[in-house]
Design a protein around this ligand. Sequence first.
Ligand SMILES: Cc1cc2nc3c(=O)[nH]c(=O)nc-3n(C[C@H](O)[C@H](O)[C@H](O)COP(=O)(O)O)c2cc1C
Length: 218
Amino acid sequence: MDKNEELINLAHRRYATKKYDPNKHITDKDWATIMEVARLSPSSMGFEPWQFLLIENKDLKQAMYDDAWGAQHSFDGADKFVVILARKDMDVNSPHIKHMSEDVQGHPFDVHSAFSKKIIDFQENDFQLNTSRELFDWTSKQTYIPLANMMSAAAALDIDSCPIEGFNRANIDRILADHNAFDPKKWGVSVMVSFGYRDQEITPKKRQPMEAVYRVIK
Ligand SMILES: Cc1cc2nc3c(=O)[nH]c(=O)nc-3n(C[C@H](O)[C@H](O)[C@H](O)COP(=O)(O)O)c2cc1C
């Protein structure tokens, strides 16, 4: 099989798992690989506005159960359950931006520099991220990049997954913050994802034809 065929097969192999086998467990090596792929994902300006919470606490899963209606089949059998957080503190004055610039990317940071002005101009004018909700939505959509990368990596390792947006965000934010999982001033829940081994057949893909989703503009 050539690489192209292999990639298409993996895209068919990944599907939204509705029934997991609770007796099957992901090896530490495979899990470390999935998390490393998440960590290496690209982000806008390289600011990595995310964190991944692996929820192992049974009481916490129980507390989330009713409000995370789209995750119930995952709570019932997935080996790993991850909540992906997105940052709220992402304006140019945020300590996170300074930390990423100086400690991770290795450039000196100054809120009055040309780079900072570029960030401000991008956020305020180019993308109009002028409210806390708009900023959160911007960071939140970036979290879907590691989400997708994790699911593709899992499929390549023959591990099943399910992306999850079926939850009441305000209630889940509150439950996790009450559990001291994060500071709700700095973080919010973006999306969830489960991993494990299926206890069902892989569902065949139902998709629009290529010509409905892909156009070449000349
Ligand atoms: C952002 C997003 C959120 C989703 N939320 C849920 C969910 O809460 N519960 C669920 O069972 N499936 C969820 N799904 C799975 C989709 O229904 C599924 O991916 C889609 O129907 C295509 O099927 P496939 O993934 O099996 O190819 C979600 C998918 C995405 C991408």
